[in-house]
Design a protein around this ligand. Structure first.
Ligand SMILES: [Zn+2]
Ligand SMILES: [Zn+2]
Length: 267
């Protein structure tokens, strides 16, 4: 079987998140040049209380973000441009996500992601913070709760904990088992993230590896009835489709089923 080139990327940031470059139009232009058919713009969501504002747009910037997506879509009719946001789930944001983003502002879909997770009554960053069994369990509980909300078309980088939990052991297996079981039951696709493939490798007792995607995680995924998606998670227009094929080859290597999100496109 010959594999078709993947022409869809559902995970793209803009300058608004403070750690990406350029605006929607430049990503769309790059996407057209690279022959993409679908580009989902999914910058880190604004939040009503501006929590974690060092890595996201301000709530007041939301209308201009929507406008930038609408304008870029109009300027690039050959490309299907989708409006989205990468979201940390919290109960107090649920109605903002469903009524404001998906409702009033007509976002096409939302991406769930656990860049933070609650532990012992506080939020902790997943970067550097998922280093212990206890933290891994809290991350996993939060990740599953996010999926259970039913708000997210897929979950970004489920194996993000690999940035700080360095060894594949019984704790990572237990966490991954719980994530896969819930993802299969709730039918939420999991993302093999291209940005992780571009980031610097880390030194671990098991050798140099990507922080994520973490290969034993995806190998284990093949024991569950889950589907996966690949995205570049672009933070610069030049990366609009970066590492997508490499991410897909990981899925293929472990015999996983790639999901089809064409239902998100306007008919
Ligand atoms: Zn992310
Ligand atoms: Zn992202």
């Amino acid at each position: 079987m010959t594999d078709k080139k993947i022409t869809k990327n559902y995970h793209t940031h803009t300058w608004r998140c403070k750690h990406a470059s350029q605006d929607v139009d430049a990503y769309c232009k790059a996407a057209v040049e690279r022959g993409l058919s679908v580009l989902g713009i999914s910058d880190h969501t604004a939040l009503p209380d501006n929590r974690w504002d060092h890595i996201r747009m301000d709530i007041d910037e939301l209308p201009a973000y929507c406008e930038a997506v609408d304008q870029a879509a109009a300027s690039h009719p050959q490309l299907t441009v989708l409006k989205s946001a990468e979201c940390e789930y919290a109960e107090e944001y649920a109605s903002f996500f469903s009524d404001t983003l998906l409702g009033e502002l007509q976002f096409d879909y939302l991406v769930g992601a656990a860049h933070f997770f609650p532990i012992e009554g506080e939020w902790r960053g997943t970067y550097g913070g998922a280093e212990s069994k206890k933290a891994l369990q809290a991350y996993t509980d939060y990740f599953i709760k996010s999926m259970q909300s039913g708000l997210f078309a897929f979950m970004a980088h489920p194996d993000l904990f690999g940035n700080s939990y360095l060894q594949w052991d019984e704790n990572t297996k237990a966490a991954s088992h719980d994530i896969f079981t819930a993802a299969a039951e709730l039918k939420v696709p999991l993302e093999i993230n291209g940005y992780g493939l571009r980031k610097p490798k880390i030194d671990t007792p098991e050798g140099m590896r990507c922080m994520y995607p973490w290969l034993p995680f995806w190998e284990m995924a093949s024991d569950y009835n889950i589907e996966y998606i690949v995205n570049s998670d672009a933070h610069h227009p030049r990366d609009v489709d970066a590492n997508i094929e490499e991410a897909a080859s990981i899925g293929r290597q472990f015999g996983l089923t790639m999901t089809d999100l064409s239902h998100l496109e306007p008919q």
